[in-house]
Ligand binder design. Structure first.
Ligand SMILES: [Zn+2]
Length: 95
C-alpha cells in the first residue's frame, strides 16, 4: 500500500476521510497501452488510498483523464506523490 497518504488517512484525490479503498493510479487493465509490464502497475508504487466515490468515478480512467476532469485533485495528489515510481510518474505526466 502507498506509504505516504496512508498515514494521512484521507483520499489522495478529494481529501475525504472515508470510506477509503485502494486505487490503482494507473488502471491495471491499461498496462499495454502505456508500454509497461503489468507488474509495474501491480505494485505498491501505483496504489493509493482513495475514497469509494473517487475510486468509483475514476474507474478505468488514466490519471491524465481523471485530472483533466478534476484539476484540483491533481494538486493534492502531487503533494503526496513522492513515493510513486518513475514509470508511474511518467504516465501521470509529472516525471
Ligand atoms: Zn475522494
Amino acid at each position: 500500500m502507498a506509504k505516504t497518504n496512508r498515514k494521512k488517512g484521507e483520499c489522495i484525490y478529494c481529501g475525504r476521510t472515508g470510506p477509503l479503498s485502494i486505487d490503482h493510479v494507473v488502471p491495471l487493465s491499461r498496462w499495454k497501452e502505456f508500454g509497461v509490464r503489468r507488474r509495474v502497475l501491480d505494485n505498491d508504487s501505483n496504489r493509493v488510498l482513495a475514497c469509494l466515490k473517487c475510486n468509483g468515478r475514476k474507474g478505468m480512467m488514466s490519471p491524465r483523464e481523471w485530472f483533466e476532469l478534476h484539476p484540483d485533485y491533481k494538486k493534492r495528489f502531487m503533494a503526496q506523490a513522492r513515493y510513486l515510481s518513475d514509470e508511474i510518474r511518467r504516465i501521470v505526466g509529472i516525471g
